[in-house]
Design a protein. Structure first.
Length: 125
């Protein structure tokens, strides 16, 4: 909390143009747990947003700002189907950083490239 809260202020960390309390974006859980979505993407587990106990440990120490790309590369190279999800108005999920990380994986790792569909979806609204 020593780092994140002073930087964010009263803005919604998942949609920064909006002050708290917010109504946008809508709750993702019903959508991401719907059979229409899970069957389409081949989900083998139930989506969940966050483990607050883990989050508060990271937020309190600043660890949330460290790169997790080496861990992600291990997961992907192990054959786990992975989605990198981010947005351009999101303080928590830095889309420029995420896209740069994926580009770097594609350049530096032939094993990553063989697992990656590298599809970028853009949504309006």
């Amino acid at each position: 909390m020593q780092i994140l809260e002073p930087l964010v202020g009263n803005w919604d960390v998942y949609y920064v143009p909006t002050a708290n309390p917010h109504t946008y974006p809508p709750k993702l859980k019903p959508y991401l747990q719907s059979s229409a979505v899970t069957s389409k993407i081949g989900s083998q587990s139930t989506w969940s947003a966050i483990d607050y106990e883990v989050y508060f440990q990271f937020a309190a120490t600043g660890d949330w700002m460290r790169s997790s790309s080496p861990n992600l590369e291990i997961v992907i190279n192990s054959g786990v189907r992975t989605v990198v999800y981010d947005g351009d108005a999101d303080y928590i999920c830095n889309y420029k950083g995420a896209e740069a990380m994926v580009r770097e994986f594609l350049i530096s790792s032939s094993s990553f490239s063989s697992h990656c569909a590298n599809t970028v979806a853009t949504c309006a609204g």
